[in-house]
Design a protein around this ligand. Sequence first.
Ligand SMILES: *Cc1c(COP(=O)(O)O)cnc(C)c1O
Ligand SMILES: [Zn+2]
Length: 416
Amino acid sequence: MSQKNIAGYMCSLCKKVFDAGDELYTCPEDGGNLDVLLDYDEINSCCSPQTIMDSRESSLWRYLPLLPVSDPGGQDTPIHQAGFTPTYALDGLKKELGINNFWLKDESRNPTASFKDRASAVVVARALEIKADVVVTASTGNAGAALAGMSAAVGQKAVIFAPKTAPQAKIAQLLVFGARVILVDGNYDQAFDLTIEAAKEFGWYCRNTGFNPFTAEGKKTAAFEIWEQVIKPNKLNKPLSVFIPVGDGNIISGIHKGFKDLAALGWLDIFPRLFGVQTVGSAAIANAFFAGNETIIPVEASTIADSISVDLPRDGVRAVRAVTQTDGAYITVEDNDSLKAIAELGRFGVFAEPAGATAFAGFKKALKTGLVHGDDPILVLNTGSGLKDVRAAMQAVHEAPVIKPTLDALKTFLKG
Ligand SMILES: *Cc1c(COP(=O)(O)O)cnc(C)c1O
Ligand SMILES: [Zn+2]
């Protein structure tokens, strides 16, 4: 079995190191999340920031030397369109907020329209390497759509468990991509536990977020892009503050890992500050941060931002550390703030789903409360497309008027 670039795994709790040849999910001793260890000397002997920046691959596969998997193939398929998303400098928004250095990274531009394509592309590459017959995941919708889409691109079989209450558009994606879709009459956490049991029972390869160590390896590629698209070209002399919506905590811990990789390689001068944003109704990780510890106490999650609605976050400890170790913070916002943020970003041409807009709502609160300042360089992630949850989007805007199709009716309407 090929074990490209993997020097081993380290448990984030007990620090025990496991052999690269072991097919592991979480630490067998204490259930801690595993970090994939890379051989930084070997990476530095084969490439430099310049070789990466000279790559003509415009997907996350441009970072292949820093990834623990081989290229999955499918050069001309959607799996080679995951990542390398655009980063916008929205001048109108900057003016409105009175800030100078602001970027929005738009993950809705991924092939299945969310950040989750990064994790799923890398997990599918791993599945091909270990010749897994079936890949399975639990999902609130996006992780499943991403796994189904990336699997379809390379002919990998996929099984998806999602709550039956998932937004229709996400369920439609799962079905259209041809995955075997099983809806659970329960919440995401229950689907999560069932998926692990099923994977064990049937020998399926399990992608579950915050369980499979390769999801964070995919998600870290967003940090590489932020480094390549914003930090390097703008020669920032202050840490970039990055705002990330948090559910299970795997995006923020993956992005932290990406910046740690760059620092370990000697390619990053100023470490960014990471800010996690949760909604008040699903704030188990923020609660631990506010309590000043790493103890994740489950909540009964209830929020309009379905992608970050999680009772027991599966990557909570690393997600707390991602902010405490980078001089960041957690911020909680109300559902209404997330809805408002959908309309605010929309006016500048970016259509976010509620979870995606939550990061922007958190940034605005951080600006108001003085956690960041107008002259700090800021980057906000939009993690998913507004088309995934049109019902929520309609709550963020006024209804359109309906008139008779005549000029008279229009005139009357415009006068009134
Ligand atoms: C999954 C997801 C998140 C949160 O990621 P976690 O790893 O669960 O913290 C945020 N936004 C969107 C759109 C997502 O799909
Ligand atoms: Zn351990």
